[in-house]
Design a protein around this ligand. Structure first.
Ligand SMILES: NC(=O)c1ccc[n+]([C@@H]2O[C@H](COP(=O)([O-])OP(=O)(O)OC[C@H]3O[C@@H](n4cnc5c(N)ncnc54)[C@H](OP(=O)(O)O)[C@@H]3O)[C@@H](O)[C@H]2O)c1
Length: 312
């Protein structure tokens, strides 16, 4: 069950061969997708397609387009309210379920052991599948310890291949690790050239938790795509600045998630596996870092209050 059993090149035959570590070819649309190894030995495509804020009415077609151009990892969440439409698209695509890496996230109103179990079953029903590749706690609020106990059980039962969290800072992560049997496989956090997350990344590496980046393009905020440092690098590689940003994520051994409603941009965003940034370029991009989210501060008590209001 899951990507681990799919015959994708020689990668799985050479688990310990560092020379091709994290790089395999797959045969969808000639995308030379890179794969990242999780701490449980599973593999995750380095670039996923996200469906946050994708209108329910458009979701099926958007996901069908994404699958058509070669994405094989879909990032969903209960709170996106479009799980059913994602499930419809996967079914209609006729791509075997095990060739798709499917993620959803447990929302704060479903925090706690019993509610998580119930919400998980509802997600499976919506997504029209009998297992998830990755199940994440969406936010570090409410009884997420209860949620995590449920997730560990689901993983033991084989209903979820990998488990993890999202929007956890280093302190929350450390506490969870010290009070759980399973070290989360993934922590999905906002990571963009404005908020590069070097410190949290280092900490996750120490804990052996894979860093996955949400919102890497920051929706182009504050002229991000026209930033002179990114433009100069983009010109060198004959790529667009969004492609440079997504490649920058991948070259830091982070998993990326991108979203576009437009098929030509979906194609552009996944066309990043034929070049690599140099360490010098990665260092140069550090100059843009504001070390602060342009959207949300999870450590602000007001944010915590707002999310907790969802629980009632
Ligand atoms: N765990 C969490 O709390 C969390 C939070 C936020 C997001 N996420 C996940 O991360 C995914 C990605 O984040 P996101 O959806 O916020 O944003 P994103 O992918 O960083 O940016 C999407 C925006 O950028 C535009 N865009 C995409 N490709 C472009 C290109 N090549 N050139 C110019 N503009 C481009 C899109 O517009 P068009 O559609 O018009 O192309 C859209 O407005 C989400 O869909 C979701 O799955 C998770």
């Amino acid at each position: 069950m899951g990507l681990r059993d799919v015959n994708i090149g020689n990668y799985f035959k050479s688990e310990d061969n560092d020379s091709d570590k994290n790089n395999i070819s797959n045969d969808n649309k000639n995308v030379n997708m890179k794969y990242l190894k999780l701490n449980n030995g599973e593999k995750m495509p380095a670039l996923s397609f996200g469906v946050y804020e994708v209108d329910i009415k458009k979701t099926k077609d958007v996901v069908l387009d994404a699958l058509d151009v070669g994405y094989r990892s879909i990032d969903n969440a209960q709170v996106y309210y479009n799980e059913k439409e994602v499930g419809d698209a996967i079914k209609e695509s006729e791509i075997p379920r095990e060739e798709i890496f499917l993620t959803t996230k447990n929302w704060v109103s479903n925090a706690g052991y019993d509610k998580t179990m119930k919400a998980f079953n509802k997600s499976l029903e919506n997504l029209q599948t009998d297992y998830l590749d990755l199940f994440l706690i969406h936010e570090p609020f409410g009884d997420y310890y209860g949620s995590y106990r449920a997730m560990q059980e689901l993983q033991k039962e084989g209903k979820v291949i990998s488990i993890g969290v999202s929007n956890f800072n280093s302190a929350r992560l450390t506490d969870l690790v010290m009070n759980s049997d399973v070290v989360p496989q993934v922590n999905q956090i906002e990571t963009t050239p404005y908020f590069q997350q070097y410190e949290t990344h280092k900490h996750m590496k120490e804990l052996d938790i894979l860093h996955q980046a949400w919102g890497p393009l920051s929706e182009g905020l504050d002229n991000l795509f026209k930033n002179p440092i990114l433009v100069e690098i983009a010109e060198k590689y004959s790529k667009s600045t969004p492609q440079i940003i997504l490649r920058w994520i991948i070259d830091r051994d982070i998993g990326g998630i991108c979203r576009s409603m437009k098929k030509e941009r979906m194609i552009q965003n996944i066309d990043i596996f034929d070049f690599e940034l140099t360490n010098k370029e990665i260092e140069k991009i550090k100059e843009i870092d504001r070390n602060k989210s342009p959207f949300i501060d999870f450590d602000d008590p007001e944010t915590v209050k707002e999310f907790n209001e969802e629980i009632v």
